[in-house]
Design a protein around this ligand. Structure first.
Ligand SMILES: Cc1cc2nc3c(=O)[nH]c(=O)nc-3n(C[C@H](O)[C@H](O)[C@H](O)COP(=O)(O)O)c2cc1C
Length: 454
């Protein structure tokens, strides 16, 4: 302790003490201010649960637009929760003030697979939503009888619950740029911003058609071709098994056609399986005719890759896989099998249907090889016309209900690729018989029942 009577020294000591106290106090005050600000923000968030951007998507269009919608809001300083429709509970709908729904339609006017649970669980009930303001972007294709069926049903249900629409439902026919522009404009208006980011789709790139082989000469079905393509300039872009390509045919560049990719980047090329489509009047499909008949080897193809998140392996990479399909659906399943072989995972079961083993056993040598090497644990090929009565992949699946239950109990995921008519509904019914509707819906919600059917 220092004793002094000198007033100037006393002043100095007092000054130093106050300074020291301030130095000690500053971090405390800073922390307290931060804590108070955080508590205020939390209270504000609780008082105003804000905006939700939610999507139901099968092949990724609605998903992509939902991400762009959320990004536009963020740019305008509006934080929004972005989630799949299946993640929303009754309470979310009741508490949120604004929800933007971006939903596609699948099957015959149905919800996309992952949203089937939401439709069954909530849209069949009565749920007062007087606080909710919402908007719907409905994606669809007017070639289907139930155009935007799910988006319309969702909109009607929300209205019936007393929710108020922010602006009339926007319907997008075949990814129409004009309708998407309309949604973007409404959104900018709502968010009070004029500098919404550019939403235009990525440009097509020039690829070379390097290989084309018919796989099913002599078949009772339409010709099927295996195609291989390489980028004309630059490196091979990245993609994952399950992804798609869009091809712009010279005769109709405004309407790109989608094909599942049948290879993985390790193959060094994009492989496609294209079935030649012939109309009743004998003319060929615009894209399939051009790719398989008119374009010569070496010709340039305008192509772009498209992520197909709902059909990727994603969280299922470690699980056993049940792969089911028919016809050109082998393309998407082959991509997955190739990815599994590369990863050294052999717990794969392929159930596949075609017409005749003699002509339509696509990629037989490859499948045989994988089976020999322990990469394909179980293989069920079903040829509908190789016996007197017609037999399909769903019939084989129904006989294998016990094995399906075992694989699912072991954590398996199911991937379906092929035709909507005939196959998808039959397979869905066989799976329902084996696992129950609730069981199948739960798998869909968990991302363990994924379909790419067309
Ligand atoms: C197998 C299949 C069935 C479809 N069924 C319908 C339908 O019934 N009504 C409709 O408007 N659109 C239908 N569509 C079109 C999709 O809704 C449209 O392609 C949409 O852009 C897909 O968006 P998504 O990628 O977010 O799932 C169907 C598409 C496919 C492939």
């Amino acid at each position: 302790m220092i004793w002094t009577n000198d007033p100037s020294r006393l002043m100095m000591v007092a000054g130093m003490s106050v300074g020291y106290a301030l130095v000690c106090l500053a971090p405390y005050l800073r922390t307290r201010r931060k804590r108070q600000a955080a508590a205020r923000a939390k209270a504000e968030a609780a008082a105003s649960p804000g905006w939700i951007v939610t999507y139901a998507s099968q092949t990724g269009n609605a998903d992509e637009l939902a991400q762009q919608t959320a990004a536009t809001l963020k740019l305008a300083g509006i934080p929004a929760r972005l989630c799949e429709l299946s993640e929303l509970e009754a309470q979310d709908l009741q508490e949120a003030e604004r929800i933007l729904f971006l939903v596609s339609t699948y099957g015959e006017g149905d919800a996309p697979d992952a949203a089937a649970g939401f439709a069954g669980r909530l849209m069949t009930t009565s749920l007062p939503l007087p606080k909710l303001h919402y908007a719907v972007l409905a994606l669809g294709d007017s070639a289907y009888a139930q155009f935007c069926g799910f988006g319309r049903a969702l909109d009607q249900w929300l209205q019936a619950q007393g929710a108020q629409s922010l602006f009339p439902r926007v319907e997008v026919n075949r990814s129409s740029e004009q309708a998407i522009g309309q949604w973007r404009q409404q959104l900018s208006h709502l968010a009070g911003t004029s500098d919404a980011p550019d939403w235009s789709a990525p440009a097509f790139d020039a690829w070379r058609l390097s290989e084309r082989v018919q796989l099913n000469a002599g078949s009772a079905g339409a010709p099927v071709y295996h195609l291989e393509l390489e980028p004309l300039n630059g490196a091979l872009p990245a993609w994952q098994s399950g992804d798609l390509v869009q091809v712009a045919a010279p005769a109709d560049p405004s309407r790109a056609r989608e094909y599942s990719i049948a290879s993985i980047p390790a193959d060094g090329r994009v492989h496609l399986l294209v079935r030649l489509h012939t109309h009743d009047d004998g003319s060929h499909g615009v894209a399939s005719g051009w790719l398989t008949q008119q374009a010569s080897l070496g010709e340039t193809v305008q192509l772009r890759l498209r992520q197909h998140r709902r059909f990727r392996l994603e969280g299922n990479v470690e699980r056993p896989l049940i792969l089911i399909g028919n016809g050109s659906g082998i393309a998407g399943l082959r991509g997955h099998l190739k990815a599994r072989v590369l990863a050294g995972q052999g717990r794969n079961w392929l159930l596949f249907g075609e017409r005749n083993a003699a002509y339509d056993y696509h990629y037989r040598a490859e499948l045989d090889g994988w089976q020999r090497d322990g990469m394909l644990e179980k293989l069920d090929m079903v040829f509908s016309r190789d016996q007197t009565e017609r037999r399909y992949v769903q019939d084989r699946l129904a006989e294998q209900a016990e094995a399906v239950r075992e694989w699912i109990a072991e954590g398996a995921a199911i991937y379906i690729c092929g035709s909507l008519e005939g196959m998808a509904a039959g397979v869905d019914a066989a799976l329902e018989a084996a696992l129950g509707r609730d069981g199948l819906d739960a798998l869909a919600v968990a991302g363990r029942y994924r379909r790419d059917v067309y």
